[in-house]
Design a protein around this ligand. Structure first.
Ligand SMILES: Cc1cc2nc3c(=O)[nH]c(=O)nc-3n(C[C@H](O)[C@H](O)[C@H](O)COP(=O)(O)O)c2cc1C
Length: 368
């Protein structure tokens, strides 16, 4: 036996599925089904221990059976070996996420890199199967047998804001024209830029942006994938929100990659630019030490993306957003560890397809 020490991975959950006991490392997304006796073994690896030490504590099992089990557990990432990169990542995860475990960590990491329906045909088949099993739940809730108070009509109002609000929709086809640099700049500034400051007292001046953010922590970082932007070489950039500038990370043609990032949705590569949004968790974790705070990151991303859709619509452009992402691929290309900063949401914009109604055209450019 070696004196190499191992430890239980931080991110293990144990649950029953279909009568089977499942051990899952939700950070690595590796699951195995096993006998409950494994809990006893994993319990002993709460601290760094060698196989020898554990064998002494489990005298009813042979050393060779313990060695085989330990090797299997290491292979399935339920144990980490001291001094390895995997042990380092586990430590990093524990340090960064401890306040949000287990529920938020289980949800965030456990829902990364899922499999998406590969084709429209596959999706249609799946939906037909769902309908065959049960009807769709109702989209509208109403109360029977209660008094109804009629409201004044809401359709009488007029104005540019309403025009923008009512024109927003998801676009999935685009003209081949390039996006102007001024449109890109306007989208970035009015969606993610720092538009002011909030004097907070103890925490100093906090950034103000056009979307609300819980505690003004603004965890969303934005990376621009320039595909067809006039005057901007195609490539990957980081948007520096305070300075309102782009920081070049890598030049290159990312058309095919754009579709891959978005789970092979081919139409995405015909957009002019993608906005890869990530969550910088420590910004929020530092202040809110509870798994519930994870919800604020999701809500913030939703707010900011609606702002993006409205700003792009106002500019007469064709916006979209998608949650069908290859999280780890995006993180790898952005050079992120996926623990303290993680891929979260992707938005994109193109020029409107010629036959799509263009009702709002470059309003901001005209008004400047
Ligand atoms: C969180 C989120 C994820 C979405 N993901 C996708 C997606 O992966 N692919 C896609 O084509 N549309 C996606 N959409 C767009 C929705 O399908 C679209 O908003 C919905 O069909 C309503 O259409 P509308 O936006 O034109 O009103 C997403 C929207 C949201 C808010």
């Amino acid at each position: 036996m070696t004196s190499i020490r191992l430890k239980r991975a931080t991110s293990i959950v144990v649950f029953w599925r279909g009568g089977q006991l499942i051990f899952q490392n939700y950070r690595t997304r590796v699951s195995i089904s096993a006998d409950p006796v494994l809990i006893r073994l994993l319990d002993l690896f709460g601290d760094w221990r060698s196989e020898e030490q554990v064998s002494r504590l489990l005298a009813q099992y042979t050393k060779s059976s313990i060695r085989t089990t330990v090797r299997q557990l290491e292979k399935y990432t339920l144990l980490v070996r001291e001094g390895t990169p995997e042990a380092q990542r586990d430590f990093q995860f524990k340090q960064a996420w401890s306040g949000w475990l287990p529920s938020a960590g289980f949800f965030h990491f456990g829902s990364k890199d899922v499999r998406y329906c590969a084709t429209r045909h596959e999706l249609k088949k799946k939906l037909r199967r769902l309908l065959a099993n049960s009807p769709q739940p109702p989209f509208f809730k109403t109360y029977e047998n209660v008094r109804r108070l009629h409201l004044p009509t809401a359709t009488g109002a007029r104005g540019e804001f309403l025009e923008v609000l009512m024109s927003r929709r998801t676009h999935r086809r685009f003209s081949v024209q390039t996006l102007s640099l001024s449109s890109l700049s306007n989208i970035l500034y009015y969606t993610w830029g720092v538009t002011g400051s909030i004097p907070s007292g103890v925490l100093g001046d906090l950034p103000r942006k056009t979307s609300p953010s819980a505690g003004a922590r603004h965890p969303v970082e934005t990376y621009v994938l320039a595909l067809r932007v006039e005057g901007l070489p195609p490539g990957l950039y980081h948007y520096a929100t305070r300075e309102h500038c782009l920081e070049l990370l890598r030049l290159g043609n990312f058309d095919k990659k754009a579709a891959r990032y978005c789970a092979d949705q081919a139409w995405v590569q015909r957009a002019a630019a993608l906005f890869l949004m990530t969550a910088a968790f420590p910004r929020v974790m530092w202040k809110y030490n509870s798994p519930r705070a994870y919800r604020t990151v999701l809500l913030d991303a939703g707010h900011v993306c609606q702002t993006f859709c409205l700003v792009s619509t106002w500019l007469g452009l064709a916006p979209f957003c998608t949650m069908a992402l290859r999280d780890t691929l995006i993180e790898k290309d952005l050079g992120l560890d996926g623990i303290s900063e993680s891929a979260f949401y992707v938005a994109g914009v193109g020029l409107q397809w010629p036959t799509d109604t263009v009702r709002l055209r470059n309003r901001l450019s005209a008004s400047l």
